[in-house]
Design a protein. Sequence first.
Length: 123
Amino acid sequence: MENKVFQLFRCLFCTSVFFLMSCKEHSNTDEKEVSLTEQEQKTKGVDNDIVRQRKIYTVEGVDNEGNTYRGKIALKGDVGAGRICSDNKKEIYIDVKRSLEGGVEGIDNNGNVYQLLFISKEE
């Protein structure tokens, strides 16, 4: 009888030790998850800073052939990107940089250059 009680006690002891060890492993994982969440929040804060520094403008201008275009661009500092449309409603994605003349110069994926002036700024 004592042998069975001892075996039962030993079994309960081993089970509780195993349970406590697995709880410790899970608690470490939770701490890592919290730190990842904190890192994500810090990253989002950086993204928000970038968004706040970005300015949105409505622009209008011409290409090398004299066709007129109008659209919106986003600038951060002296560079940015946006979309412009021609009179025939063809939408074109452009990368832009400020020009010395006071507007911006846009270049599309095909290397076409657009001279654009600021019409308005979004707040």
